[in-house]
Design a protein around this ligand. Sequence first.
Ligand SMILES: Nc1ncnc2c1ncn2[C@@H]1O[C@H](COP(=O)(O)OP(=O)(O)O)[C@@H](O)[C@H]1O
Ligand SMILES: [Mg+2]
Length: 459
Amino acid sequence: MGRDRAHGERMTGERETGGLSAALAALATVETLEIFGRVTAIRGLLVEVAGPVAAMRLGGRLDVVVEAGGAGTVPCEVIGFSGDRALAMPFGSLEGVRRGCPVLVRDEAAGAVRPSQGWLGRTVDALGRPIDGLGPLPQGPAIYPLRADPPPAHGRRRVGAPLDLGVRCINTFLTMCRGQRMGIFAGSGVGKSVLLSMLARYTAADVAVIGLVGERGREVQEFLQDDLGAAGLSRSVVVVATSDEPVLMRRNAAYVTLAVAEYFRDQGAQVLCMIDSITRFAMAQRDIGLAGGEPPTAKGYTPTVFSELPRLLERAGPGTGEGAISGLFTVLVEGDDHNEPVADAVRGILDGHIVMERRIAETGRYPAINVLRSVSRTMPRACDPAHLPTVRRARKVLATYADMEELIRLGAYRAGASPEVDEAVALMPDLTAFLGQGKEEATSISEGYARLAAIVGGG
Ligand SMILES: Nc1ncnc2c1ncn2[C@@H]1O[C@H](COP(=O)(O)OP(=O)(O)O)[C@@H](O)[C@H]1O
Ligand SMILES: [Mg+2]
């Protein structure tokens, strides 16, 4: 009896499931509306698409169907319109695309990611796909668009307490605060990557999100394995678009880096967000602009480069809640041209700049930071007033020595001519040792000040 009843219930259950699956099966036969355009021309990196242009939107996703049956598709992003055509750029190779290829109009933005805590320790590409061979990435519940707006200026918290970066030269002379954004200006091979890896490992942050934009493929592996190492990687997410990847991937890697940082900020974390380099992002944006018909202005850079830079960099900073994104962005300055347009624009947007010099690297002092040419705009407020006399004295000694350096090296300075210069000459070896720091060594803010005070006194 009992068994019969159970059987009966199961029957009912089956009947209901049957009804549901029948309904689902019926639903599956209802075709979702697919909108197609067609490739009419390919000019350089640009794909022209004709068809229902009104259904396409700027920043929207198109899939160019390469082979009949949709076996291969090339994802593209709409970057503009011209006449009755949409202009799109590919996220992959255009190999095999011909005139007349169908183009599926997708009703979504070309890029969005769904980060989760499971992204820590992982390396992703500019589409948020894992590229470290460690299997699928756990997706989070919330969608983070690649192009988010910065938090509203009036809702933002103030820049927070000093952030210990573990690098004594920056900690003492150029103290950075939580939510501050600094630029690192340097030529190639001056030690940016090694410095970034030190900051990623030693900074008192919860998470580091590192965007490697336009690097050579070989350098990426070197950075991950030699510089960052397993310990550094375990609390980092690395976003990579190498120099050989399509221009859209290189630009979007910077956006993905910020989107992932925003996710962790929204979880209440202190996030260190680093992009190496902003110059390669600007170059990618320039190439997209030029392909889309923008006029070149300063050094071939197009106007959108200078509107996109603040939109990107302003996304770092304090949030409206507990979490904050502290930003460090490298800028390439070749041939010591610190007035190059991108460097100029970035300097104007950020809250300070750290200048690295080849001349210093050549003397074997790493990180090759020129303290006198570097500025942290929050420094007077961020620094504990007790330490200010020490910093001022050390800066003065450095400046005195820098003024006389040529003469001293040439042997044209006679000891005893100026007590100030004599003192600078005497203190310089210790100061030089202080400014240099091995990559396996970390120094906290308080240790740094104690060491500096021991050298120059005053604190
Ligand atoms: N803190 C450091 N200690 C010792 N050597 C360093 C340090 N930083 C950089 N170097 C040297 O400089 C070289 C170039 O550094 P890297 O960070 O790759 O430069 P960039 O990223 O600016 O091109 C490194 O291979 C290393 O030999
Ligand atoms: Mg490098």
